[in-house]
Design a protein around this ligand. Structure first.
Ligand SMILES: Nc1ncnc2c1ncn2[C@@H]1O[C@H](COP(=O)(O)OP(=O)(O)O)[C@@H](O)[C@H]1O
Ligand SMILES: [Mg+2]
Length: 227
């Protein structure tokens, strides 16, 4: 399989007042196209920091990142925003939907850059909502939907530009067990359709549904947890 993500010696240091706090200390990571990976690690270990770098929401302090053969290390902010919009879908623990907008409007949002007509954008958003089983709830606002339905709207929003890579940071963290399984089934189905999926979770039974688990510990990746 071609390589989706290639990272070498990725470091991230936050400056807190006068002090530099290293969070990621040299991450080497390769993820192939079509892979289904979970990232685990203690709270505060840097999982979200790593996901945000993978998802082009943040930049590393040092190291090299190549996504689908493109070197992102030297890319401009505009270039990074374009890749993020066109190639990556992001799903968050708290859904991050606009509360005053309908499901359909939320899903149409990432297409503002795409240059498509409003009717085309609408059609594509309807297809994405159908794909997550919410074809009959398009006009509902988030407050009119359950947590699981809101997360499915967020997944539809992540899918609407037909990304190659879907990243989900604790996508089931705000959901009950039953709804968590529905959301995981959906992510598994997207992966089986060819989308590369990376999730952060601290729940072993969620991680067990992916094909590969990597662990962040002391700012580095471990293949197995160190006891
Ligand atoms: N923007 C930031 N500025 C300073 N410190 C941060 C920032 N974001 C995260 N951190 C710190 O970096 C560490 C790792 O955070 P995070 O990546 O969110 O961990 P995880 O997702 O594994 O719980 C934590 O100690 C957190 O407080
Ligand atoms: Mg986190």
């Amino acid at each position: 399989m071609p390589t989706m993500i290639w990272m070498e010696d990725i470091c991230k240091t936050y400056r807190l007042g006068e002090v530099d706090v290293p969070i990621l200390k040299g991450i080497d990571l390769t993820i192939e196209e079509g892979d289904y990976v979970s990232i685990m690690g203690a709270s505060g270990s840097g999982k979200s920091t790593l996901m945000n770098i993978i998802g082009c929401l943040d930049r590393p302090s040092a190291g090299h990142y190549v996504l689908e053969g493109r070197n992102l290390t030297t890319l401009s902010d505009e270039g990074l925003a374009y890749i993020r919009n066109q190639r990556i879908g992001f799903v968050f623990q708290q859904f991050n939907l606009l509360s005053r907008s309908t499901a359909l409007e939320n899903v149409m949002l990432p297409m503002v850059y795409a240059g498509a007509s409003r009717s085309q954008r609408r059609k594509q958003a309807e297809v994405a909502l159908d794909r997550v089983g919410l074809g009959d709830r398009m006009g509902n606002r988030p407050s009119q939907l359950s947590g699981g339905q809101q997360q499915r709207v967020a997944i539809a929003r992540a899918l609407v530009n037909r990304p190659a890579l879907v990243l989900a940071d604790e996508p089931t963290g705000a959901l009950d067990t039953h709804t968590s399984h529905e959301v995981m089934n959906l992510l598994t189905e997207l992966n089986s359709q060819g989308i590369t999926v990376v999730i952060v979770t601290h729940e072993p039974d969620i991680a067990a549904q992916t094909h590969r688990i990597i662990y962040v510990q002391d700012g580095l990746l471990q293949r197995e947890p160190n006891h």
